[in-house]
Design a protein around this ligand. Structure first.
Ligand code: SAH
Ligand code: SF4
Ligand code: F3S
Length: 435
């Protein structure tokens, strides 16, 4: 029996996909391992969203060459978005044995079993893998991801995902609910429904149609002890119906990731985001009115093509205006083949991009600290996720708002819900006492 190690980089979607690959391999007589020394095959599930993500993978493949010296039969495979973007060139330049794009996983065992280097990067309009129940790889036994749709057709001008993931397609609600029920029965308590733009989730069977808000409600009704989250919502599409659904169910987490990308209407237009700052702020007000305790996070890109100092300042302004609880912040990375790469000049020099990014990070650090300070004295229901890495006498868990809380262990264990009063914080963590 061959041992396979699957390493995952990139987004949560890749995490879910690695589970699908793992299951297909198990069903075809392979064994999964975490130990690279006993692996016969190492598959790296990759991300192509920024150049530094790809550099990291090239380096990892290079490092694995030393294992190959010890075990000449070891096969190395590249899966996912970088496989889709770079195709055969990975065989020529990185000397890997297998290249499989995101829609080729049903054939992964065949690709491993051929003697010649093999490439399959065909994208599909239909593949959702909905009949495959993924294995949970490197799991904490509490949190899991369910991919409810694949692909993206938004074509934000900077973004490679529509090219690496192909057309948008949704899984049947039945298959999503069954997977969530199975996870719940196995002890999982926190499930995130995933799509690049979950608002375009849509499934039709005969006369019956299901949209994302309806799907969320179905999953929430499985059990009140199951927390339900989702990512990602595109600001142009987030609906009142979805926000009402989040408000209605206690177990749908009060946390929305609503990536703004930039606070400048010029930049938003160049980015092809299809909303203005004013549209975005209206959505934020709608959320705040309907769910006053909702946490909000964002993605921000610094130094996009043609970004002026004024555009940059507007990004900082909107961050402060919304008062995000957390943010993922990036400097713009030109991706060959995207609209921006073809049409606009990547004209902000590296030093300036870094300066703007650092400014943005500093603003967010302060906003996160303020947000956490506002929680001092409040009581939250915390789902225990494990032992604190720094102190075995403590546990950590998360609030519905997706904030990490550290507190004394007492008699509690993973999977418990407990009430904690917050008494201290940093910009990244809350500290509290069990009530
Ligand atoms: N579908 C999600 C995002 C997926 S990519 C959405 O629309 O929100 C995650 C984040 O990576 C994006 O939100 C964006 O902030 C960032 N990103 C994407 N392409 C990038 C690029 N070329 N350079 C820098 N950051 C990028
Ligand atoms: Fe990329 Fe835009 Fe699609 Fe998100 S919505 S994956 S940023 S193209
Ligand atoms: Fe990266 Fe692909 Fe996800 S490019 S962010 S792994 S969809």
């Amino acid at each position: 029996m061959k041992n396979v190690l699957i390493e995952t980089y990139g987004c949560q979607m890749n995490q879910a996909d690695s589970g699908i690959v793992g299951k297909i391999l198990q069903d075809n007589g392979f064994r999964l391992t975490n130990d690279e020394r006993e692996a016969d095959v190492i598959l790296i599930n990759t991300c192509a969203v920024r150049d530094n993500a790809e550099k990291r993978i090239h380096n990892r493949v290079h490092d694995l060459k030393s294992l190959k010296k010890r075990n000449p039969l070891l096969k190395i495979g590249i899966l996912g978005c970088m496989a889709e973007r770079l195709k055969e060139s990975l065989i020529k330049e990185d000397k890997v044995d297998i290249v499989a794009g995101p829609d080729s996983y049903r054939r992964i065992h065949d690709l491993i079993n051929t003697t010649e280097p093999s490439v399959d990067v065909e994208l599909s309009k239909e593949e959702t893998y909905e009949d495959i129940v993924p294995v949970e790889i490197n799991t904490d036994g509490i949190s899991a991801f369910i991919s409810i749709m694949r692909g993206c057709e938004n074509f934000c001008s900077y973004c490679v995902v529509p090219y690496t993931r192909g057309r948008e397609r949704s899984r049947s609600p039945k298959s999503v609910v069954e997977q969530a029920e199975k996870l719940f029965s196995e002890g999982y308590r926190d499930i995130t429904l995933l799509g690049q733009n979950v608002n375009s989730y849509f499934y039709k069977e005969g006369e019956q149609t299901t949209n994302f808000a309806q799907l969320m409600a179905m999953v929430a009704q499985i059990n009140p002890l199951l927390r339900v989250r989702f990512a990602t919502s595109h600001p142009k599409d987030i609906s009142e119906e979805l926000v009402d659904t989040i408000a209605k169910y206690d177990n749908i987490c009060k946390y929305i990731h609503l990536p703004v990308q930039s606070g400048s209407n010029n930049m938003l237009k160049t980015m092809n985001r299809k909303y203005t700052v004013e549209d975005y702020m209206k959505k934020i007000e709608m959320i705040r009115t309907k769910i006053p305790d909702c946490a909000l996070s964002t993605d921000v890109i610094a130094g996009f093509c043609g970004e002026t100092e004024q555009d940059h300042k507007q990004t900082i302004d909107i961050m402060k205006k919304v008062g995000y609880d957390s943010a993922y912040m990036f400097k713009y990375s030109d991706r060959p083949g995207t609209l921006a790469s073809k049409k606009y000049k990547d004209n902000i020099d590296e030093k300036e991009k870094v300066r703007r990014l650092e400014e943005i990070i500093e603003v967010q650090r302060e906003l996160s600290l303020q947000s956490n300070k506002r929680d001092i004295g409040k009581v939250f229901e915390v789902l225990v996720e494990g032992e604190s890495k720094r102190d075995a006498r403590k546990l950590y868990g998360r609030t519905s708002q997706n904030k990490v809380v550290i507190f004394d262990k007492d008699n509690n264990t993973k999977g418990d819900y407990i009430k904690v009063r917050i008494d201290d914080c940093t910009s990244a963590t809350l500290f509290g006492k069990k009530l």
